[in-house]
Design a protein around this ligand. Structure first.
Ligand code: MN
Length: 196
């Protein structure tokens, strides 16, 4: 698939021109993301980005930080269906993962990955190459995040790091201070008790 606005964008530097980048086309349309807090055998946060009709997913043990100095380990997990984006409830024990899940944050994101010439890079390609940047517009998480693959093979590992921008904040600790679901206001303990 090619971006129909590739030539239009390639001719312009959008940090200089006030012309629109164009919306509704690949590379600029606001897609959705979710961070699901998941109390499985070990607590973690599933970071998922809508890419090519599925949710690309990573399990982030410590969750995403707003502090650019924090390098958070992220282990890729299998692509999930788009419907999973608002899943909240209890996965029966014995099912893969198991445990309770809340929608800890959700919103839209834009792929901001550029190559060395400053041209847009398709997010699927960028993830395949092992480096991508996204701009999140969530309720708790905002601004740029960089995803970088640091180990390949059977135990593929990535780092997700807040980029230095106006949304960076070393003092915020949303994982601990804002534990509730953005959909229902419930904590994961409440979901575990109510939906069991
Ligand atoms: Mn999980």
């Amino acid at each position: 698939m090619t971006d129909p606005l590739e030539t239009y964008r390639a001719k312009r530097d959008f940090s200089t021109t006030g012309e629109p980048r164009g919306t509704g086309a690949r590379g600029s349309r606001a897609l959705r993301f979710v961070v699901q807090k998941h109390a499985a055998s070990s607590l973690h946060y599933d970071f998922r980005l809508e890419v090519g009709g599925v949710l690309k997913s990573w399990a982030v043990p410590k969750g995403l930080s707003t502090d650019p100095r924090d390098k958070r380990l992220a282990m890729p997990t299998e692509d999930h269906p788009l419907d999973y984006i608002d899943f909240e409830g209890v996965i029966p024990a014995g099912q893969y993962g198991g445990g309770s899940v809340i929608v800890w944050d959700t919103g839209t994101y834009r792929n901001t990955t550029r190559d060395r010439q400053g041209l847009d890079v398709d997010l699927d390609d960028a993830l395949g190459r092992g480096h991508a940047t996204v701009w999140l517009d969530g309720q708790k998480l905002m601004g740029g995040y960089a995803l970088t693959r640091v180990a390949t093979g059977k135990q593929e590992r990535w780092l997700v790091v807040k980029m230095k921008d106006e949304a960076a904040d070393a003092r915020r600790r949303p994982v601990s201070t804002e534990p509730e679901s953005v959909l229902t206001g419930r904590t994961i303990e409440e979901v575990a008790a109510e939906d069991a």
